[in-house]
Design a protein. Structure first.
Lengths: 223, 225
């Protein structure tokens, strides 16, 4: 183990980790938005749109991110749509994450018994109020475990971005292995970097889930 | 220009070669899925034991594997093992090892969850009518567990197939690599080849994974109660 080598190239990893976190953050933010909109469209059953959303969800859930990225990055320029690595990575992540988030929200919405909606309507709330004040808060809390699993899954998926020439953690590690043949050090730092990024996220979500369960939401099967 | 591009798929042996690449992908993922389902069931049963030491060990294993991106695990085995111990693995072997390790962790967690969802009185009633531990597992617990487990295990297979697309990055010649070769070979004659080839690969993955995930969803719905 070459400590000097590690300390020399640590800044490169920090830089790459920042890029990974940045892309993951933007990607997840938009995935949540897209997923929320998609699940709403399916929930209200907007005529044609909800079919399109169905098709999108099946397409994106049944194909690997790597292929989606290759298509975006190498395929699309042939018909004149040229994306930079970053926008390509974000677009790919949102395309993939949107459907996973939509499924998470959908399971939350579906888990709310019909009686909740009916009771709301019978005490004179409008449909909008029922949705905003009764259905939505419960659905979101129920979908938190699925949501957190998706966040971690999406952060992990960012590791394939090196394939579209984005200088993320994998890219730096591969570079160092290729240039200096310091495989052990490069891989050790790679593992450490992902642990530093993902462990806090994982712990925070575990804590949130525990809180939700304490409140009686989040894990219905424990009753 | 675009109507020329799709031609590249049907020229010569291109289609056959792409399907051959698909077979490599499927072979690796199905082999890993089979290994990880068997090992995962064992792991799940071990994790369900009350012994604190095995519990801690399996827990650390599970958390580490699940938190690491699969690509990092691939790099660790493919580059790390070679450097550290001088073991030379082909890309395919490394892929099977990594996906088995990963799949075992995922499957183990599914099995643990399914076993825990069996109410305690099922075990106790079994014991009360005088069944042995083995009989309780064979006749009471396992049949019930399978119903909860099978949809999830099938789902794991589709995830395995999707994750296997990563092996192109450690240099295994599978579908994506074949696609890249075709694109390179036709770079000058068919400039729009990459669009068609990647779109075709995209749909091949979809065609393979969609029926499996439908099956899983159907089983889940049917066995819900």
């Amino acid at each position: 183990m070459d400590i000097q080598f590690i300390s020399k190239y640590l800044p490169m990893y920090v830089e790459a980790a920042r890029l990974t976190v940045f892309i993951a953050f933007i990607g997840i933010l938009f995935s949540v938005l897209l997923g929320f909109i998609c699940s709403l469209i399916r929930y209200i059953k907007i005529p044609i749109l909800h079919k399109i959303v169905d098709i999108y969800i099946e397409l994106s859930r049944n194909t690997p991110l790597l292929i989606q990225l290759f298509f975006l990055y190498f395929g699309l320029p042939k018909i004149g749509i040229r994306l930079s690595s970053e926008s390509c990575a974000i677009a790919g992540l949102v395309f993939l994450g949107g459907s996973y988030m939509a499924e998470a929200f959908r399971s939350g919405l579906e888990s709310i018994p019909n009686i909740q909606r009916e009771s709301g309507l019978s005490i004179g709330l409008t449909k909008m109020q029922v949705f905003l004040y009764i259905i939505l808060p419960q659905a979101v809390t129920v979908s938190i475990p699925a949501f957190s699993a998706n966040v971690i899954f999406l952060i992990k998926e960012t590791s394939v971005f090196s394939a579209v020439a984005l200088a993320d953690l994998m890219y730096v590690a591969k570079d160092l292995i290729g240039l200096y043949y310091k495989t052990d050090e490069a891989l050790l730092m790679l593992v450490m970097a992902y642990l530093v990024i993902l462990l806090p996220v994982s712990i925070i979500f575990t804590l949130i889930e525990r809180k939700m369960r304490y409140a009686g939401f989040g894990n219905q099967s424990s009753f | 220009m675009q109507d020329l591009g799709i031609r590249v798929l049907f020229e010569g042996k291109n289609l056959i070669r792409l399907l051959g690449g698909l077979w490599v992908t499927l072979r690796i993922s199905l082999l890993s899925a089979a290994i990880s389902i068997v090992l995962g069931i064992l792991l799940g049963m071990v994790m369900n034991r009350k012994n604190p030491i095995t519990r801690a060990i399996t827990r650390v294993y599970l958390e580490f594997i699940r938190i690491m991106p699969q690509l990092v695990l691939l790099f660790l085995v493919y580059f790390g093992l070679t450097k550290a111990f001088g073991i030379n693995l082909t890309g395919e072997t490394a892929a099977v090892i990594v996906f088995s390790i990963w799949g075992t962790a995922e499957m183990g967690d599914l099995v643990r969850g399914a076993l825990q969802s069996i109410p305690k009185h099922q075990y106790e009633s079994g014991k009360a009518i005088g069944l042995t531990q083995l009989q309780i597992y064979c006749y009471i617990i396992i049949p019930q567990t399978i119903r909860r487990l099978l949809p999830l295990a099938i789902n794991l297979i589709t995830r395995m197939i999707k994750t296997t697309s990563l092996i192109v990055l450690i240099g295994v010649v599978e579908m994506v690599k074949v696609g890249q070769q075709i694109i390179e070979a036709n770079r000058l004659t068919v400039p729009s080849a990459s669009l068609w080839v990647y779109a075709f690969i995209f749909f091949l993955y979809f065609i393979v994974c969609y029926p499996i995930s439908r099956l899983s969803a159907c089983l889940e719905k049917r066995w819900k109660n």
